[in-house]
Design a protein around this ligand. Structure first.
Ligand code: MTE
Ligand code: MO
Length: 372
């Protein structure tokens, strides 16, 4: 059993698949803290968790023509200037279960918890690439990452990002060896993972073994044959994965974590809580909440850390305390966020439904009963 050596996990996690391990924190725990505690940070593994010996670990960085290839130990990585940034990581499949309700999709049934936030510490990818002789170039180029996890045929998990993002110091792409002040937990990529702020989780390659610069995107299945968006009209007979770009930056997202669907709330006053985040460093500027299915709206209070313009890598938590309208037996609570490009979430799921169930960011709706 290739999974026999997987780590022990926190019992509060809601498991979507045991082997490979895929799990999310329950909503009420997800927004209890601005920084998600490591043990309940959502986990998305495609393969068994590799057991990497930190003493013999080497990160291979293929050098540029005229530059030099690097074989970096953990100590070597620690010698680069250390950067620490708070970054929210979201899986492209977050909230997929809502797409399934419209029509069947292929993928794990994530609810609202395939998203978490940590303070990551590590070396900047641009510094490591520079040491290997890489520079920004005029022609298209991509930085390809390979994990040390592999399938039975020996194929490693892989993904890529454009070289321009990797080399941009403002994009703050990290080779992280710390998560919330601790060495990375095994499930989250021990000893080194990529953190690409503002970009879909799939590119944050864990158990990083190899970095190279190529004229084309990674040939990995997960870069080319997955993690792409399509029209609702496209099905598995007609889909052409080459016709769509790989997902990189994610669209604006928000969800309600309290109260939960089907719950009974006290009459009088209700507190509604949730998270909001947008990709590409776009800051969330507002969250609107409705108690009547979207007929009328109120503006929620944004909590958590104020984000830097164009570098809003982390989520905002939000809440709204409101009187329950007298005589109301049920509430149709809805939330929607707006980012600083004034991008908004679509109001329903059907027009953004896609066969793989990715990019599910419609208004989040929760139906609750009011205690008599
Ligand atoms: N890296 C490797 N090597 N193997 C993987 O299966 N999963 C990716 C990414 N990096 C994956 C990986 C996906 S799809 C996501 S959403 C994130 O890791 C999840 O990171 P987490 O498990 O730390 O939350
Ligand atoms: Mo993912």
């Amino acid at each position: 059993d290739p999974y026999a050596d997987d780590p022990v996990r926190h019992p509060a996690l809601k498991v979507n698949s045991q082997c490979p391990f895929n799990a999310e924190p329950p909503p009420e725990l997800l927004t209890e803290n601005y920084i998600t505690p490591n043990p309940i940070f959502f986990t998305r593994n495609h393969l068994p968790v590799p057991n990497v010996d930190p003493d013999t670990y080497r990160l291979h960085v293929v050098g540029a023509p005229g530059g030099q290839s690097l074989s970096l130990s953990l100590d070597d990585l620690h010698k680069f200037p250390k950067y620490e940034i708070t970054v929210t990581l979201q899986c492209a499949g977050n909230r997929r279960s809502e797409m399934t309700q419209v029509k069947e999709v292929k993928g794990l049934e994530w609810r609202t918890g395939a998203i978490s936030t940590a303070r990551w510490g590590g070396a900047r990818l641009c510094d490591v690439l520079a040491q290997a002789g890489h520079q920004l170039c005029e022609t298209e180029a991509h930085v390809c990452f390979e994990g040390l996890d592999s399938d039975p045929t020996g194929t490693a998990y892989g993904a890529s990002i454009p070289l321009a993002r990797a080399m941009d110091p403002e994009a703050e792409v990290l080779l992280a060896y710390e998560m919330n002040g601790q060495p990375l937990p095994r499930d989250h990529g021990f000893p080194v993972r990529v953190v690409v702020p503002g970009v879909v989780g799939a590119r944050h390659v864990k158990w990083l073994g190899r970095v190279s610069v190529q004229p084309e995107e990674s040939y990995s299945h997960w870069q080319r044959r997955d993690y792409k968006g399509f029209s609702p009209s496209v099905d598995w007979d007609t889909v052409n994965f080459d016709s769509a770009p790989s997902i990189q930056e994610l669209p604006v997202q928000s969800a309600i974590t309290e109260p939960q669907d089907g719950e009974t709330v006290e009459s009088g006053e209700v507190t509604i809580k949730g998270y909001a985040w947008s990709g590409g460093g776009r800051a969330v500027i507002r969250v609107d909440v409705s108690l009547d299915g979207g007929l009328t709206w109120q503006v929620a209070e944004l909590d958590g850390e104020e984000q830097r313009p164009r570098k809003a890598w982390a989520w905002r938590l939000w809440q709204l305390q409101v009187p329950v309208p007298a005589g109301q037996k049920e509430l149709n609570i809805v939330c929607k966020a707006v980012d600083d490009g004034y991008n908004v979430q679509p109001d329903t799921v059907a027009p953004i439904w896609n066969l793989r169930g990715v990019l599910s960011n419609a208004w989040h709706r929760v139906h609750v009963h009011v205690a008599p």
